[in-house]
Structure formats: structure tokens, C-alpha cells
Design a protein around this ligand. Structure first.
Ligand code: URA
Length: 414
């Protein structure tokens, strides 16, 4: 590292609204990845960026620096288009679990690199790890071989692959520094660019359960990610999707895998299926009808089972997750009134799931795969007094009671 590099000065410069140079950002990320820049310094840097932002040039530098912290997928032969999707994070968002095997049934390769829970939002890796034995920490070599064999891999950042994002993501999760446009852009695009993609679709969320609270902010985030994608020659498309209520009927790690399996078996929530299909259409270039056929024929479920067994997951237990992850308390919450559900605040449900133990307060925390909500009511549903609003899965009565209070607060019935 150059003798001029001095992390505290860079942090202070950003804190005071200054612009960082490409070399400075690269040095900072190199130092952080190597362990020479401490977690405390990087957290302070993240907070400075959170408040002061970064311009497009700095954001591109941060993305490249994070991309270059590790290796990239490289293919001897690109037999099929290499495609992926990424969501900026939501509540009950289990689209990836369904979309990845679906896309792999459509003559595409999908090397999906995801993250863990972030803030109040759930993470694909935590959900997958609710399947006993499932390994998300593959080597690049293993991942490439699996992709060439079955067309799909679902993995996390490793020491070899996007190590800077692996460390930075975990820090941001527990330091209140997630909702920053340059940090989200660099985190997502460094992972996706390291996959050497042909096509990428981004699901940019806005609303109470998303990091961008308004559609206008989501548009700025989308533009920021599109700009980086353009520069790297990847065909990127963006969807802007509201995250005002949880997606589907379940929130929580194992509960969401159960719901994803239902969709793969041709049942389940319309809002969830709709997003899976619209994003899959954009990267596979297939029609909704063709995609639906692959689900109804059982191909997608088979592909998911193949993926699970290739990554060491236990197939026998895959269809018994509800019993394996049986929470100590399962509380049914019923309506105290009759009317139409006009709102179910996603942010409050996400916060409640986090407090039940579905997410982390410290980077070293383990998540509880069993807890969360299922059978959640949807906005637009008409309900009578005594009808089920949701089930709460909790570790104890006290936590279930607090979650019920929060759920009632999150609901508006008129
Ligand atoms: N997903 C990511 O991978 N990173 C973010 O910062 C937000 C969502």
C-alpha cells in the first residue's frame, strides 16, 4: 500500500463532503479486504457516505474496487446466455428461490450470488441455509463446475469471490448504513459484474419495507446501477416495485422456503408469482406462458431439488422444513373487526420479524430459521371478525405477544 494512504484522512474528507479519488477508494477497499483498515474505520466511512453521498465517478470507483477484491466467473465456453436478477431488498421477498431454478429450465445459466439478511430485509442465503446441510460457501471452481452441469448455482460472497462485499455487507447490516445509494449500487453491482453476465434484471424496491422509501429515490438508485452496468457492457433492465406490504404470505427464513416450494408446485400468492414471471421474462426472453408451463410440469421443482442436492442440502428434509423448524410458540392472530384490509405495513412486519430473531443485531449473531409470520392476510382481502390475519412463529410467548401488537399496528382494516 502507498505510504500516502491514511484511512482516517479519507474518512474525514468524506465526512466533510469532499470527493475521493479513484486511487484513494481502491486503497481503502484493498486495506479493508486485507484487514489493514479496521471494521470501526470502515463503519465510520460507511456512515460518512450515508450522509454525504458519492458522485457517479466515486460510485463507479467503489464498485470496481469491490469487484477487484476477488475473482470473477470465467467460462471456457458460454454454451448458454448467462443471466441473473437481484433485488434491492424487501420483506417476504423470496423471488430468487423460485426464479433461479425457473431460469435454469430455460436454456440459461444463472450463477446467483446473493447476500444474507440486511437491516429489516431478509436474505436469500439465510433462507437457503434453513435447508439442512445447504452449503452457500462454494469455491469459484465448484460453482463454475456446478453451473456447467445443472445451469444454476446459488451462493454467497466468499474470501475468493467478492470478499470486500462479504465484509462490508455484514458491517452495514449492523451499523445503520444500509440505505445509501452508492453503497447499495457498489454492493449489488460488484457481485453481479463478478458473475460475467450477459443479462441482468434489477428489482428496485420502494416503500416502507424497502431501503428507498419513495419511488423517486428508487429511480435514482436504478439510474445509478444502470450507469455502472452500461459502463461494464452488461444488458441491465430495472423494475421498480412497491414494497408497501410483504410479498406473498410468509416472512421468515424457513417459512419463506416453504412458500417458495408451494409456488414451484403451482400454488401460492399471485403477487409473488407475478414478480417471478416478469423478471424471468426479461432475462430468459421467454413468454409468460412458456415460463408457466415449466412450473406446472414440475421441471422447476425438480431443478430446485437438484440444486439443493448439489449443494449438499438434504432432499429428504426439504419438504419437511415446517416440522424441522417448528417454533416453540405458534400464535394465531384473528381479526377483531369485519372489513377490507387496506394496508399491512411491510416495514413494521419486517422489523417485527427481525425482533423475533429472523435477522441480526450483531454481525456474529446467528438467525433463527423457524421464526416469522405465515398465512399473512393481503391488502384487498375482505375479512370477518374472528378470521385469521396471520400466524406468528416465535421462540416464547412474550415475543409472540409483542409481534401480535406490532402486527395489529401494521394493519388497517376499513
Ligand atoms: N442487496 C445487496 O446485495 N446489497 C445491498 O446493499 C442491498 C441489497
Amino acid at each position: 500500500m502507498s505510504w500516502k494512504f491514511h484511512a482516517p484522512s479519507l474518512i474525514a474528507r468524506k465526512r466533510d463532503g469532499g470527493i475521493l479519488e479513484d486511487g484513494q477508494i481502491r486503497d481503502l477497499i484493498k486495506g479493508f479486504t486485507a484487514g489493514d483498515v479496521t471494521d470501526a474505520q470502515m463503519s465510520a466511512f460507511a456512515m460518512a457516505v450515508n450522509f454525504q453521498g458519492m458522485n457517479a465517478t466515486e460510485t463507479a470507483s467503489l464498485t470496481y474496487a469491490m469487484l477487484e477484491s476477488g475473482e470473477r466467473f470465467s467460462f471456457r465456453e458460454r454454451l448458454y446466455p448467462i443471466v441473473d436478477k437481484h433485488s434491492t431488498g424487501g420483506i417476504g421477498d423470496k423471488v430468487s428461490l423460485i426464479l433461479a431454478p425457473l431460469v435454469a429450465c430455460c436454456d440459461c445459466w444463472i450463477p446467483m450470488v446473493s447476500g444474507r439478511g440486511l437491516g429489516i430485509t431478509g436474505g436469500t442465503l439465510d433462507k437457503l441455509e434453513s435447508i439442512p446441510g445447504f452449503r452457500v460457501g462454494l469455491s469459484l471452481d465448484e460453482a463454475q463446475r456446478q453451473l456447467e452441469k445443472i445451469g444454476v448455482v446459488m451462493m454467497g460472497q466468499t474470501e475468493q469471490f467478492c470478499p470486500a462485499d462479504k465484509k462490508f455487507y455484514a458491517l452495514r447490516d449492523v451499523t445503520g448504513t444500509v440505505p445509501s445509494i452508492p453503497l447499495i449500487t457498489a454492493s449489488i453491482m460488484s457481485k453481479k459484474l463478478a458473475e460475467s453476465l450477459d443479462r441482468l434484471v434489477l428489482d428496485v424496491k420502494y416503500g416502507s419495507g424497502a431501503f428507498m422509501k419513495t419511488r423517486e429515490q428508487a429511480l435514482v438508485l436504478a439510474d445509478s446501477m444502470l450507469a455502472v452496468g452500461r459502463e461494464m457492457g452488461v444488458a441491465v433492465s430495472c423494475e421498480l416495485n412497491a414494497m408497501d406490504e410483504p410479498l406473498g404470505h410468509a416472512v421468515g427464513n424457513a417459512l419463506e422456503v416453504v412458500e417458495a416450494l408451494e409456488i414451484m408446485q403451482g400454488r401460492g400468492a399471485d403477487d409473488l408469482l407475478k414478480l417471478v414471471l416478469s423478471q424471468a421474462e426479461k432475462i430468459t426472453l421467454m413468454t409468460e406462458g412458456e415460463l408457466l408451463k415449466r412450473i406446472s410440469s414440475g421441471q422447476v421443482l425438480d431443478k430446485f431439488a437438484t440444486l439443493v442436492s448439489h449443494q449438499n442440502g438434504c432432499i429428504k428434509q426439504l419438504f419437511h422444513l415446517a416440522e424441522i423448524h417448528h417454533a416453540d410458540v405458534i400464535r394465531e392472530v384473528v381479526s377483531l373487526e369485519t372489513g377490507t384490509v387496506v394496508a399491512l405495513d411491510a416495514g413494521m412486519v419486517g422489523q417485527s420479524a427481525l425482533e423475533l430473531g429472523a435477522g441480526r443485531a450483531m454481525a456474529t449473531d446467528t438467525v433463527n430459521h423457524a421464526v416469522g409470520f405465515d398465512r399473512l392476510i393481503k391488502t384487498g382481502d375482505f375479512i370477518r371478525r374472528g378470521d385469521l390475519l396471520a400466524r406468528i412463529h416465535a421462540s416464547c410467548e412474550d415475543e409472540a405477544r409483542r409481534a401480535e401488537e406490532k402486527l395489529r399496528e401494521a394493519l388497517r382494516i376499513e
